[in-house]
Design a binder for this molecule. Structure first.
Ligand code: NAP
Length: 315
């Protein structure tokens, strides 16, 4: 079993330094990969109401508890409030709905998935649209959504709360208007968008950064992202007896973030978690810095008109 470091967060809770992403993991593939991940040593699973796989993730976790492989307290479960549940009146309902999907009494971390919201047209209508095809944005302020999320901690429905896709201004505004401080900001982060400025701010504010799309959503046919397919990165990997993907994950960890690579492939589960027994040389780390173009894989352009759209300032 790989020796995964444990990080203490600003509310005293502890999180494993790598997790399993599950976006696009569906049905039997999802359930099997979460089981395999637990067997491979993963103790941190990332999902979201939006991914429509909470039931499968929950079933796999509960099976592993029944088998005696883990206890509930051994595994860190993260899920997220989707944008159509931002109305403070809907937040507790949404969290209870996720818990029901999982078949669990609590989650470890409940994140606000995005700072902007949508109107609610039905629990399963993730992108409510107007007649012209535009997504129907709501004007709910994320500070009000946050205040409703704070209550979930007191109710014991989640151990901790945090945010995702918040920019520097939104984080500062939230921090000066909250009773419970977020413990996390989950953001897109990979060598192509290494987020050094936002990471530095989060460190200053004592927030853990989780890196989503840590591998840059590889497309082997197009050989993208460049850093994963660059022979130079493969060469760097050879020095440490590691793959290019392991070099990328190690680079992110050395930048102070918690990556959550997604895979449903058994040998990649083992590969992605096996990144704590080597260190990139200063020169190799510096080479990985050269891929930072700042380009986003997930710009969420449909929300550009929201006053809470997060990507219209530098960071
Ligand atoms: N908060 C947010 O707004 C947000 C947004 C996006 C994602 N997320 C979270 O972050 C997680 C990770 O992001 P992501 O899934 O978008 O992208 P990713 O982890 O960068 O890439 C996933 C892809 O990489 C492949 N892969 C995994 N390990 C590999 C390896 N060692 N070598 C080569 N290919 C490998 C996977 O293929 P196979 O599965 O076929 O092996 C899958 O196609 C998500 O699953 C989700 O939990 C959060």
């Amino acid at each position: 079993m790989p020796n995964v470091p444990i990080i203490t967060q600003n509310d005293g809770t502890k999180i494993p330094a790598i997790g399993l992403g599950t976006y696009t993991s569906l049905g039997g593939d999802c359930e099997r990969s979460v089981r395999d991940a637990i067997d491979a040593g993963y103790r941190h699973i990332d999902t979201a109401y939006f991914y429509e796989n909470e039931e499968e993730v929950g079933r796999a976790i509960r099976d592993k508890i029944t088998e005696g492989v883990i206890k509930r307290e051994d595994i860190y479960v993260v899920t997220k409030l989707w944008c159509h549940f931002h109305d403070p009146e809907k937040v507790e309902y949404a969290c209870r709905k996720s818990l029901k999907n999982f078949g669990l009494d609590y989650v470890d971390l409940y994140l606000m998935h995005w700072p902007y919201g949508y109107v609610h047209r039905g629990d399963n209508e993730m992108f409510p649209t107007k007649a012209n095809g535009d997504v129907e944005l709501s004007d709910v302020d994320y500070v009000d959504t946050w205040k409703a999320m704070e209550k979930l901690v007191g109710l014991g429905l989640t151990k901790s709360i945090g945010v995702s896709n918040f920019n520097s201004q939104q984080l500062k505004r939230l921090l000066s208007n909250c009773t419970i401080k977020p413990i996390h900001n989950q953001i897109e982060c990979h060598p192509g968008l290494n987020q050094k400025k936002l990471i530095a701010l989060c460190k200053e504010l004592d927030l853990i950064v989780t890196a989503y799309c840590p591998l840059g959503r590889p497309d082997p046919a197009k050989k993208t992202p460049s850093y994963l397919f660059d022979p130079k990165v493969q060469e760097i990997g050879k020095k440490y007896n590691k793959s290019a993907a392991q070099v990328v994950l190690r680079y992110l960890i050395e930048n102070g973030v918690v990556p959550i690579p997604k895979t449903v492939t058994k040998h990649r589960l083992a590969e992605n978690i096996d990144v704590f027994d080597f260190k990139l040389s200063a020169e190799d780390h510096k080479h990985m810095d050269t891929y930072n173009t700042g380009e986003r894989l997930i710009p969420m352009d449909h929300a550009l008109k929201s006053i809470h759209y997060p990507f219209n300032i530098e960071y």
